[in-house]
Design a protein. Sequence first.
Length: 141
Amino acid sequence: MLSILFNRILLELLSIFRGDSNDYSKDSPNINVVKCFLQQLETYCHENWTLAAMAEDCGLKTTRFTYYCKLLANSTPMNLLNLARLNRAKKIIEQSPPGENLSMTDVAMDCGFSTSQYFATKFKETYGCSPREYLAKIHMK
């Protein structure tokens, strides 16, 4: 994605202007790129990401990308992607007007899940209730 590459350039320029030295760690630019990528993950989580595609977008090999994700977020890239998708789905559910017949299949697809069943399973694992139950709780308030 162009925005990731653009942010990488901006981070490098910022470190130059600040006088930051990256000599202490040859990994600093890579860590910053991965950090930036992870910060934007929820925005782009609906895309059809693979581990290889995420790593390539950051200019890294999959092993190194996974290492940085674990270092920064204590989780694997695919777990972080699923969490970003679930957060996005939760926001969509929360913002739905009461009485609207919200399709959980549409929510799942809009957030990048390949099936609504997988979405419902992961949602329940993460939040302790199904998406439909969560919707009912939100609109009961």
